[in-house]
Design a protein around this ligand. Structure first.
Ligand code: FAD
Length: 493
């Protein structure tokens, strides 16, 4: 029997569907016949506008030019996320995408900084990172020879349109229609075809489930199962509303904690995306809408929308001849803007393991293992933000401060607290700088620094710290105002 896989069907045309279509079209389009089915009636989730720097790799792979992307999606640059009122009300810290200072083979920079702090030789740790300083000063540019770690805020609908164009240029076919039924082989259980409401059948050898929270293929048909993580990540609702811009866009996302959740503010060239993520056990939808509308700047340009979700992960992301991408594969909540990254990772992983000659059980298991490990590590990083709080002003924060956390996270926290070391797990998205910024921003301070720091005498340590701070200042100072650079860059598109 011929098990070759040549016909790929993508169910769903949100960010996940069009990212997959663009990547498969560009990188395997000559070998595969690819069809994407989407429903205009159902539409997309319509949020998901903040990204992280790894997206640059995806764009490079697809040959996307950054100025064109920026112009086509009304994008701004993002250098990090400012967390406000998370550890304590009135306190804020920035999780920037840059590296903090420069450590050595034995330990990270924060050990040198810690001794410097004990000797009153330092200012705040972010002062040793160019991206951190640039974000605070509202500056950014892509400069020759200065590769600052950056990501984007973009319009999700325009991003999907941009990718659709790319996919169609590489031969991907698009069908508009509602999927009414998914046909399976009675013997193997493999998927065979999508049946649309019009009666049309879309047959395939391999299917990508990008149908969002509906998870039509992976769950409703293949029953892959779901690991519910709401006991770790209790928020289950969001309100989204767009507003007119006021002032120049900041080069970072704001994540502002409220009494029962948190609010995002994502600046685009054309408008600002706002949302409130909250836990329905502590706040009603109506109260959340009221709270969000009281805390936005600029006139709303659409009515507030309520979005319900459940945090957790599909137990198998690849089952039979189907891989789930995007919201169909699970959702961890938008706190660190990791969903689009996970889509990209699964696409690349699947391209690397693509079963052209037929399904291989070992590949499927490995794909699922890596995906689950990656999601679990991200989950732990998100839980840290909620759990490491000193807030006791509302039932929600009291719940978060007392909740059980995964052992994997408990180990990371106690290690950092005791020795300042950061565990590196395999499939870990967030590196040492990220863990350090969030741990310290959330009040977890190491008890000691690494003994190698004592190899420097006080003057040597002071000189080293001064030099690193001057370097970060110099680099940030080379950037023009963010808005000026966007204008210049997009004109070049
Ligand atoms: P969707 O956008 O829901 O697309 C589903 C597609 O399937 C649509 O085309 C729909 O028409 C189609 N479909 C469904 N059923 C059928 C059917 N029966 N027949 C035909 N077609 C069908 N991610 C980030 O990286 N950064 C963020 O800042 C961020 N913020 C978020 C905020 C919130 C509140 C939420 C809920 C998510 C956020 N995300 C974020 C996640 C991000 O929105 C998603 O990962 C991303 O948009 C991908 O969604 P999707 O394509 O999987 O699903």
């Amino acid at each position: 029997m011929d098990n070759k896989i040549t016909k790929v069907v993508i169910a769903g045309g949100g960010t996940a569907g069009w990212m997959a279509a663009a990547a498969f079209g560009k990188l395997m389009g000559k070998r595969l016949d690819i069809t994407l089915v989407e429903s205009d009636d159902i539409g997309t989730v319509g949020v998901g506008e903040a990204t992280i720097p790894t997206l640059q790799l995806f764009h490079r792979l697809l040959g996307i030019k950054e100025p064109e992307l920026m112009a086509a999606t009304n994008a701004t640059f993002k250098l990090g996320i400012q967390f406000e009122n998370w550890y304590q009300q009135g306190q804020n810290y920035l999780h920037s995408f840059g590296f903090l200072g420069q450590g050595c083979w034995a330990c990270g920079f924060h050990h040198f900084w810690k001794k410097g702090q004990e000797l009153a030789l330092v200012s705040e740790i972010g002062d040793y990172c160019a991206e951190h300083l640039a974000a605070r000063q509202g500056r950014f540019a892509v400069l020759p020879g200065q590769d600052a770690n950056h990501a984007y805020h973009f319009d999700a609908a325009l991003y999907a349109r941009f990718l659709r164009q790319l996919a169609e240029n590489h031969g991907v076919k698009r069908l508009e229609g509602k999927i009414a039924k998914v046909r399976q082989c009675p013997q193997s259980g493999n998927l065979q075809a999508l049946q649309l409401e019009s009666g049309e059948q879309v047959a395939g050898d391999f299917f990508l489930d990008c149908t969002g929270f509906r998870a039509l293929l992976i769950e409703q048909t293949l029953h892959a199962g779901f690991d519910d993580w709401t006991h770790y990540l209790p928020c289950d609702s969001a309100i989204a509303v767009q507003t007119e811009n006021i002032g120049a866009p900041l080069p970072y996302t704001r994540a502002i904690a409220h009494h029962s959740g948190w609010q995002w503010r994502i600046p685009l060239q054309s408008r600002t995306g706002n949302g409130l993520v909250f836990c329905s056990s502590y706040m009603t939808d109506d109260d959340a809408i009221k709270l969000l509308l009281e805390n936005i700047k600029g006139a709303p340009i659409n009515a507030p929308r309520v979005i319900k979700f459940r945090t957790g992960s599909r137990r198998a992301h690849w089952k039979k001849n189907c891989v789930a991408l995007g919201l169909a594969s699970g959702f961890l909540e938008p706190l660190e803007s990791t969903s689009i990254h996970l889509i990209q990772r699964s696409i690349i992983r699947l391209l690397q393991m693509f079963p052209s000659q037929g399904l291989i059980e070992a590949d499927m298991l490995e794909f699922n293992r890596q995906t689950m490990e990656e999601m679990t590590n991200i989950r732990d990083f998100l839980v840290l933000h909620y759990r490491a709080t000193a807030r006791t002003d509302s039932p929600f924060w009291r719940h978060c401060a007392a909740m059980d956390i995964p052992d994997s996270l408990a180990r990371r926290i106690s290690l950092f607290r005791e020795s300042g070391a950061v565990y590196k797990y395999s499939q870990d998205l967030f590196g040492e700088s990220s863990w350090v910024q969030v741990m310290m921003g959330q009040g977890i301070v190491p008890a000691r620094y690494h003994p190698i720091v004592d190899m420097l005498d006080i003057k040597e340590l002071g000189d080293m710290l001064d030099k690193l701070r001057a370097k970060a200042r110099h680099e940030a100072g080379r950037f023009p105002p963010h808005q000026d650079f966007i204008n210049h860059y997009c004109k070049a598109a």
